[in-house]
Structure formats: C-alpha cells, structure tokens
Design a protein around this ligand. Structure first.
Ligand code: G1P
Length: 292
C-alpha cells in the first residue's frame, strides 16, 4: 500500500473580489453556507478521510480564519456558565486538535501554484491532499474519502474530475484521459489550464480536490507563469505526467462553486434541503417562493 496522506493544504489567500462588498472585511472563505463557513466544509471533508494536519495558506486580512479554528475562550466559558452543552459540543467538533492546524502566508498573489508551493516546508517529503475550498462538494461519502480508496488501489497522484457543459471548460483545468482502470478512474494523458473552448481536450474539469506527491514542490519552484499570468498548479502537474502516474477520478457527488454568486446561492439551497433539521421548514417556503 502507498504511504497515505496525513496533511491537507487549503489555499485561502484569494481576495474574493467577486463578492464585494461582502468580502471587504470578511474573508470569502468565511461566508456562510447555511450555518457554517465555506472553509469548514472542506476541512470536515478532509478530516473524514483521515487527514490529521490542516495547513492554511492565508494572506493579509484573513485573520478570521485562524480565529475560527482556534478556541474562543471567553465564548466557551460563557456558554459553559449558561449550561449550553450542545453549543459547546458543536464548537469542539468544528476545530482541529491542539497543534494540528498550521498557517502560512502567501505574501503575493502569484497564483494557485505559488500558494501550494508556500506550504512546502510544512508538508515536507510526503504525499498530501489539496482542497480548493470554493468548490463545495455535496455527497453521501466525502470526495476525499472516495479519493483515498483510489489512491490506496493505484497510488500516484489522484485528481477529482467532473463533466461540465462544453461551453464552461475555459474556466477550469481540463484533463485528457488514456487507459481506463475502472468505471470511475482513468490514467491521465495530459492537462491544460483554462483552454479555449475549441482547444479543450475533453469536458472533464479539475474539481478542486487533489492527492499529490511531494515532487510537485520542486516543479512549482521553477514554474513560469501560465494562464492569466499566474503560476499554475496544472502546469506543474503537466510537467510531472511523464514521470508519475496521474489518475482522474470521477467522484460521486455534486459540486457547488462558492466562488461564484450563483454557485454560492445554490450551495445554500442544496445544503439546506439536505439537512433533516432544516428541510421540513425550508422546503415549503422555497416552493412558495418559486411559485409552485
Ligand atoms: C483552479 C485550478 C483549475 C480548477 C479550478 C477549480 O482555478 O487552477 O484547474 O479547475 O481551480 O475551481 P481557479 O478557480 O483558481 O481559477
């Protein structure tokens, strides 16, 4: 069995300009989907898959993320004094244990590849998972837990992919497949970041969940800027395809792109409808709103 990933990297330095003015003083990763910040869904998905250490690549103005994963001592003391045990349990369940969260700053907005590279010293020489928290995935079994099974069976690198309408491919990294390993898993022949629609090799996009080998860091170190003038993770992965196996895994689940207003609203509705504590009261209201 390959060495299993123990650490997860969460790039959270992005400015969130698509959500201004909401993100002027609040990091976009702290926007709420139902009753949790967006970032917490990705952290819980990683924890469910057995991840033990959580690395956040932050930037200026992102202090609320560190506070969110810390103990809010005064708040918890007050809740305790008032006998609010359910609320305390909720807070305890949502934070990493002491010493299992690390924060490193990406000092300049040079791209996703650069953000990942900023985590190199904390990750060290071992495989790791990478989650782009904007992509919220709703599935009965977490996307990372599914990917760990693929990794256990095939090793190498594993990238979660999904089909999108062909007219949307230019917004994403797109993969080209070769050998089929099982119903949902293929070897990757190549990748391209933000291709023109007519040049995309498929309509299978990279969905923001990766299991990567540490050799990616050496590639990122010398990676030249690509699409959008940014240092692209996809370009560094392309450079490694000749040396390491990359597997595309079509996960079971639905993705909501919370970096986009419509995706964010859809995530709120979908998550609310998936919650037994909220759905019964919410559904009739929603149906009335849409005029059913
Ligand atoms: C990044 C990746 C891209 C991936 C996308 C998923 O792009 O570079 O390959 O498809 O996330 O959201 P970004 O959204 O940062 O432009």
């Amino acid at each position: 069995m390959p060495q299993m990933p123990r650490k997860a990297v969460f790039p959270v330095a992005g400015l969130g300009t698509r959500f201004l003015p909401a993100t002027k003083a609040v990091p976009k990763e702290m926007l709420t989907v139902v009753d949790k910040p967006v970032i917490q869904y990705a952290v819980e998905e990683a924890a469910e898959a057995g991840i033990e250490h959580f690395i956040f690549v932050t930037g200026r103005g992102k202090g609320a993320i560190e506070d969110h994963f810390d103990i809010a001592y005064e708040l918890e003391a007050t809740l305790k004094a008032r006998g609010k045990t359910a609320e305390i349990a909720q807070l305890e369940a949502s934070r990493p244990a002491a010493g299992t969260a690390s924060f490193v700053r990406q000092q300049e907005p040079l791209g996703l590849g650069h953000a990942v590279w900023c985590a190199r010293d904390i990750v060290g020489n071992e495989p790791f998972v990478l989650a782009l928290p904007d992509m919220l995935i709703l599935s009965p079994r977490g996307c990372f837990a599914q990917m760990m099974d693929v990794y256990r069976a095939h090793g190498g690198n594993v990238i979660a992919v999904e089909e999108v309408p062909h007219e949307h491919v230019h917004r994403y990294g797109v993969v080209a497949l070769e050998q089929k390993l099982d119903e949902r898993t293929h070897r990757i022949a190549g990748m391209v970041e933000k291709p023109k629609r007519e040049e995309a090799p498929s309509n299978l996009i990279i969905s923001g969940r990766y299991i990567l080998q540490p050799e990616i860091f050496a590639r990122l170190e010398t990676q030249k800027p690509g699409a959008g003038g940014e240092i692209q993770l996809t370009d560094a992965m392309i450079a490694l395809v000749a040396e390491q196996a990359f597997h595309a895994y079509r996960f079971e689940g639905t993705t909501y792109d919370c970096g986009d207003k419509i995706g964010f609203l859809a995530a709120n509705v979908a998550l609310a409808l998936s919650r037994p504590d909220i759905e019964p009261a919410f559904r009739p209201l929603l149906e009335r709103l849409i005029g059913r």
